[in-house]
Design a protein around this ligand. Structure first.
Ligand SMILES: NC(=O)CC[C@H](N)C(=O)O
Length: 365
């Protein structure tokens, strides 16, 4: 068992000492926490966490190992991980390897034996901030601070064009009845699986592909994906989305895709205090009156007043913990989006109906 020491330094000066997990080294990012009880592998491979250090509040991480297919992208994209009790030993019939080997193979540095309850309470009261994990600097505080200063601010950071596919690719059955053009801002694989399961053939386009090139494929609808970074600095995506909306074809957006759809209608976004990340966030569907328990991962949100004062938009979903906007639809166009994750990988399946709604819209169009 690895017992090399590691340090976690937060931008407000708070220091935690723990044990190195994964690859020795130094890495920084914005520190955030996910309250899910399970699904660490899906969380670590969700491209929306690019540039972020993820604290998991569940106490045991690594105990069910890693299965090569249970990923949301080809490799983990987190800037680092913080856990309480880390298991080098794992037990699961189908597991391919240990989480420790997986982290080392993918150059992820993490820290274990941290009082994550104390850390999360701190982040909940102080809000999102940058942090650095290091197995190299130990007591060299000046060295650690120097590294921390190199970590960019998440506000104003554009990351989608760095994490998206470099070339278009296809997903699903080419003889499927419907074709959807998916804008890859950092897309999770389970979104593509959910679309393919409903008879959709997907073509996934790099974030900066022009509308002209995308529409040549003549899709039945457009999907705007989740992804990392600040939606307020993605003018290129807002431009493409406006052109997509003008086409009159059905549009569905998830998380970052939801924020960009809102921006394309003139709504602004802002950074939340510490965001929503977990598997049990309650949402109310205003249209049906039903509530759903949802999977979430976002640090930005659309501005409520802007949506309320917008003639084109209708609020469809509200987050019941804090009243933030969780879903919108256009009044005069077949376009809608949600701030949370109906593909819920990991998470509850309450919101899968949204994929069915998208397919119905395309069949009607
Ligand atoms: N999961 C996502 O798409 C996240 C969107 C955006 N980067 C945010 O943090 O709010």
């Amino acid at each position: 068992m690895n017992k090399q020491k590691a340090t976690l330094l937060l931008a407000d000066g708070t220091i935690f000492r723990g044990t190195l997990i994964g690859k020795p080294g130094t890495n920084g990012g914005e520190i955030c926490f996910n309250t899910g009880m399970t699904g660490y592998q899906e969380i670590y491979t969700d491209p929306s966490y690019t540039g972020q250090i993820v604290v998991t509040t569940t106490s045991h991480i690594g105990n069910y190992g890693v299965i090569d297919e249970e990923v949301e992208s080809d490799s983990p994209t987190v800037a680092g991980i913080v856990v309480n009790s880390f298991s080098n030993v794992y037990s699961r019939v189908d597991a391919d390897s240990s989480l420790q080997d997986y982290l080392v193979n993918h150059n992820i540095t993490g820290i274990a034996d941290i009082d994550t309850r104390m850390l999360v309470r701190h982040l909940r009261s102080k809000g999102a901030m940058n942090a650095i994990i290091s197995s190299e600097f130990e007591d060299d505080l000046a060295g650690l601070k120097g590294q921390l200063n190199l970590v960019p601010d998440m506000n104003g950071l554009e990351l989608s064009s760095k994490v998206c596919t470099k070339e278009p690719y296809f997903f699903g059955d080419e003889n499927a009845p419907l074709k959807v053009a998916c804008m890859d801002f950092g897309i999770k694989k389970n979104i593509l699986r959910n679309l393919a399961d409903r008879g959709v053939y997907c073509k996934v386009f790099p974030a900066k592909t022009s509308f002209g090139e995308i529409q040549e494929w003549n899709p039945n609808g457009y999907f705007l994906s989740n992804g990392p970074g600040d939606p307020a600095v993605m003018d290129y995506a807002v431009k493409t989305t406006k052109e997509i909306l003008d086409s009159g074809k059905p549009v569905f957006g998830i998380c970052l895709g939801h924020q960009i759809l809102a921006e394309a209608c003139g709504v602004s976004t802002y950074k939340m205090h510490h965001g929503h990340r977990g598997l049990n966030h309650p949402i109310k569907n205003i249209l049906t009156g039903m509530s759903e328990i949802t999977s979430q991962n976002h640090g930005f949100v659309v501005k409520r007043e802007d949506v309320e004062n917008n003639d084109q938009l209708e609020i469809t979903h509200i987050h019941l913990n804090d009243g933030t906007i969780a879903g919108i639809k256009l009044k005069n166009k077949p376009a809608f989006s949600v701030q949370y994750h109906p593909e819920s990988s990991p998470g509850p399946h309450d919101s899968r109906y949204l994929f069915d709604d998208f397919v119905s819209l395309m069949n009607k169009n």
